[in-house]
Ligand binder design. Structure first.
Ligand code: SF4
Length: 339
């Protein structure tokens, strides 16, 4: 069986090179080609001798992750359906915002998801399995290999609940930092509110951004759309976040999907401002995107701006997240992993 170069760290590449009679220096060259230049083929590793490349092709491949489907949105967002060797598939989205040089990859952390949020396409599939650290980083490699572009920011907001696969997510973040040279502050980990794992992140003093999918200002509304509320309710979540911000010194991002008639009323805005009162946070409002088979509505434009205004007058920092990839089902909550 051939070795997969993108499944090896520098030390493993060095051991591999030594085992085939090459120097450690060759490992560093391969490492740069895989992670920094993200070439698709061993033939493209042009500072290796032709003879060594031929030998390497007999023994190894660059990646074993296939692009099963690629869709390009009219706004430039690209959605990739990636297939792993066991046949499981996940979606990864590349977003580029016109006014910024940043290229953001939205990566998946699990195949499917156990959390069952009512507005989310992934949740409808249920949980299938965790992704390994290398399956997570190979999503970014696949993007870089396919587009020739360098990803600058990572958000763990694709399929799955990242904190239920925390060890693998943290290891992937370490590799993104070490091998892809993506700064820790350019990574965001999102969660629907898995309290014990947020406490773990507080203990380790995570310096990446923590994004909380809150989506409701009260227990009664949150319970309707997010089953996690039954286990870790909104009051416990608040205490946990206060502890987190105190321990890490970092501001959290509050994600809030505005769903027409459900959580977008002026009273909801006031309740949300009250709930977040003493928490160091930014609020990201997301406009609900329709998912086939559910009954939620998009909010009215005037309700979106009124909601924002009410939060701002309460002293909160609020942005409305730009919609990306709506026409290719790549927007928030639309990733389902379907072919
Ligand atoms: S929103 Fe996130 S946590 Fe909730 S079901 Fe979807 S993928 Fe899982």
């Amino acid at each position: 069986m051939k070795k997969v170069l993108s499944k090896m760290n520098l030390q493993e590449l060095e051991e591999f090179c030594l085992s085939i009679g090459q120097s450690k220096f060759r490992a560093r060259q391969i490492y740069n080609w895989v992670y920094l230049k993200s070439v698709k083929n061993i033939d493209d590793m042009t500072d290796l001798s032709k003879r060594f490349r031929e030998e390497l092709k007999e023994l190894a491949i660059v990646s074993d992750v296939k692009i099963a489907k690629k869709q390009v949105s009219s706004d430039g967002t690209v959605k990739f359906l990636l297939e792993f060797p066991d046949g499981e598939k996940v979606e990864t989205v590349l977003m580029r915002f016109d006014n910024r040089a940043n290229l953001t990859a939205c990566v998946s952390s699990q195949v499917g998801c156990a959390m069952g949020c009512a507005f989310c396409a992934t949740g409808k599939r249920g949980f299938i399995r965790n992704l390994t650290p290398y399956e997570i980083i190979n999503q970014v490699l696949a993007i870089q290999m396919e587009t020739g572009l360098k990803v600058t920011n990572i958000v763990f907001m694709g399929q799955g609940e990242p904190l239920l696969n925390l060890d693998n997510v943290l290891e992937a973040m370490r590799i993104f930092n070490d091998c892809f040279q993506i700064g820790v502050r350019r990574m965001t980990v999102s969660t629907c509110g898995v309290v014990p794992k947020i406490n773990k992140l507080a203990e380790i003093g995570m310096q990446s951004t923590l994004a909380i999918s809150l989506h409701a200002p009260t227990h009664v509304i949150r319970e309707k759309i997010m089953p996690v509320e039954k286990k870790y309710d909104i009051d416990l979540l608040k205490k946990t976040l206060l502890n987190y911000t105190e321990k890490t010194g970092r501001r959290v991002t509050i994600e809030y999907i505005l769903i027409g008639g459900l959580n977008d009323t002026p009273q909801c805005a006031k309740d949300l401002a009250y709930y977040l009162d003493n928490l160091n946070c930014n609020i990201n409002l997301i406009v609900y995107n329709p998912v086939a088979g559910d009954s939620f509505k998009r909010p009215k434009k005037e309700d979106i701006y009124k909601f924002k205004y009410l939060l701002e007058t309460a002293g909160k920092k609020v942005t409305i997240r730009l919609e990306r990839g709506l026409d290719i089902d790549a927007a928030c909550g639309q990733l389902s992993g379907k072919a």
